[in-house]
Design a protein around this ligand. Structure first.
Ligand code: BES
Ligand code: MN
Ligand code: ZN
Length: 492
């Protein structure tokens, strides 16, 4: 799949499709004017008639257009200049590209309104282009005989200046394919992806990317005294695993950041069983682990000069004669005793043990990723990741990275007064607090396992999954946070 930038004017590029991203300015200017002139003014005419208004993600397909070397054209709106950002660019780019790859072996050329690339940066547009070209084809149809979309055979970005675009083209494609790995894992079902098969996928990716890979089986987890993780796993026929992946791109004196992922491959809720509507998407309760895996694969492929370790807690939360019960007291790896008040608050039990393992490895900072609480989705909606932290410094790095990737994060309070809400009469703590503030008490629970290590907990229960599709993404796994977390390690 060749992905290139080219000086050839867009109307001269021979391709199955030409995607045109146009701003909603009243007049076409610069490269848009030049293209529209070649098309005898049909875009301008459609805008004058009000048939096309260049609203964000508005689509005008022109089949068998004459005046250009491409066969078909997809004109996509970018909306008003004041709203331009990478997020909008990605959404418009995908809206166009996704209608161009419904047949196999398609080639595509893309041209972005000069006004837009001036408003953002050319390199951001270049990277978004190759990212979208790679990620447009992979979606929720994993098990269909006929895929809805197919990889492009050739994609060309038409630019007036292509100097120094090589790295951005590579980076975008690497990040896009990391996102595809994540979407695919999340979209695959729980009878396909369970702890053992997830760990095998991780081992395969580790092999491909040159990562060190350590997999702990049930016996080794028991030897580690991971009583909280093992309690969750006990009800399932599928044995748990913990995976540790290590990427060493810098010297051993440089900092090591750990990504810890919740990998509950199916969350039935256990004896605190979920109703059908809440259980239906719980194959995606391993999105945190998938995201961490995607990020380290991109960081390693980009050969970034950083040290990164990934820890995945992989379990299935099921009901059976051996499942953990309400009222059980379990002992976590760090010695904390926990009274189980709700078997559906399982993610924090898994993460607690894995976090303490990462802390004992002596990492310099931890970012955990988890589809942890419905409460976080109630608080922030489906598109914003909740941030909970003991470290303003580590949080700032995420916020800064997010500003350039267009993903949304919001820092939540971690006040001390939440702490007594997790008190138990019989053990050091219980695994749930009262109904209110559920996303915070979950984070407060995790905090018990990180000691003084700088730590950020990202609750991705909302953004990691889309219940319904849009023009730019299918329903299912979204690969949220991958782009932002990779950006942190690029140090740009
Ligand atoms: N995996 C769920 C959280 C979740 C909810 C993820 C919706 C994605 C979408 C988690 O294990 C869970 O069940 N949390 C409970 C916590 C409660 C029992 C305190 C919840 O949110 O209801
Ligand atoms: Mn649960
Ligand atoms: Zn869960």
């Amino acid at each position: 799949m060749a992905i290139t930038a080219s000086l050839t004017p867009a109307h001269e590029v021979a391709a199955d499709w030409l995607v045109v991203l146009v701003s909603d300015a009243p007049e076409l200017r610069g490269n848009m004017r030049q293209l529209d002139d070649a098309l005898s003014g049909i875009i301008r005419a459609a805008m004058e008639r009000g048939d096309f208004n260049a609203k964000p993600q508005e689509l005008l397909p022109l089949y068998q257009a004459s005046g250009v070397a491409a066969t078909n054209i997809a004109v996509v709106g970018m909306g008003p200049a004041a709203d331009w950002n990478v997020r909008g660019l990605r959404q418009s780019m995908l809206t166009g590209l996704r209608i161009c790859c419904t047949k196999i072996d398609q080639s595509v050329a893309v041209i972005v309104d000069e006004a837009v690339t001036e408003g953002l940066s050319i390199l951001q547009a270049v990277e978004t282009f190759s990212d979208c070209v790679v990620s447009a084809a992979v979606d929720a149809d994993v098990y269909k005989a006929e895929l809805k979309r197919h990889p492009f055979v050739e994609s060309t970005l038409c630019l007036a200046d292509i100097a120094d675009t090589e790295d951005a083209l590579d980076a975008g494609a690497i990040v896009g394919s990391a996102c595809n790995i994540v979407k695919d894992l999340v979209n695959r079902t729980a009878n396909d992806i369970y702890p053992e098969t997830f760990a095998a996928c991780a081992a395969e990716i580790a092999e491909d990317c040159g990562l060190k890979c350590l997999i702990l089986d049930e016996m080794q987890l028991a030897a580690e005294k991971m009583g909280a993780l093992l309690a969750v796993a006990r009800g399932s026929e599928k044995a748990p695993r913990m995976v540790k992946l290590t990427y060493q791109g810098a010297g051993s004196d440089a900092e090591t950041i750990a990504l810890v992922g919740k990998g509950v491959t199916f969350d039935s809720g256990g004896y605190s069983i979920k109703p059908t509507d809440s259980m239906i998407a719980m194959k995606a309760d391993m999105a945190g682990a998938a995201t961490a895996l995607g990020v380290i694969s991109a960081v390693a492929t980009l050969k970034l000069p950083v040290n990164l370790s990934v820890y995945l807690g992989l379990v299935e939360n099921m009901i059976s004669g051996s499942a953990y019960r309400l009222g059980d007291v379990v002992t976590a790896r760090n010695g904390t005793t926990i009274e189980i008040h709700n078997t559906d608050a399982e993610g924090r039990l898994v993460l607690g043990d894995v976090l303490s393992y990462a802390v004992d490895d002596g990492v310099d900072g931890i970012i955990d990723l988890a589809t942890l609480t419905g409460a976080c989705v109630v608080a922030l909606g489906e598109e914003i990741t909740g941030v909970f932290t003991n470290s303003a410094g580590l949080t700032d790095r995420i916020t800064a990275a997010a500003a350039s990737t267009g993903e949304f994060f919001w820092t939540m309070p971690m006040h001390k007064h939440f702490e007594p809400l997790l008190k138990s009469e019989v053990a050091d703590c219980r695994n749930v607090g009262p109904r209110w503030g559920g996303a915070v008490t979950a984070a407060k629970f995790l905090e018990k396992f990180v000691g003084n290590t700088p730590w950020v907990h990202l609750d991705i229960a909302g953004p990691s999954w889309a219940d319904s599709g849009t023009a730019w993404q299918d329903c299912g796994g979204t690969a949220s946070c991958v782009r932002t977390l990779v950006r942190i390690f690029r140090g740009e």
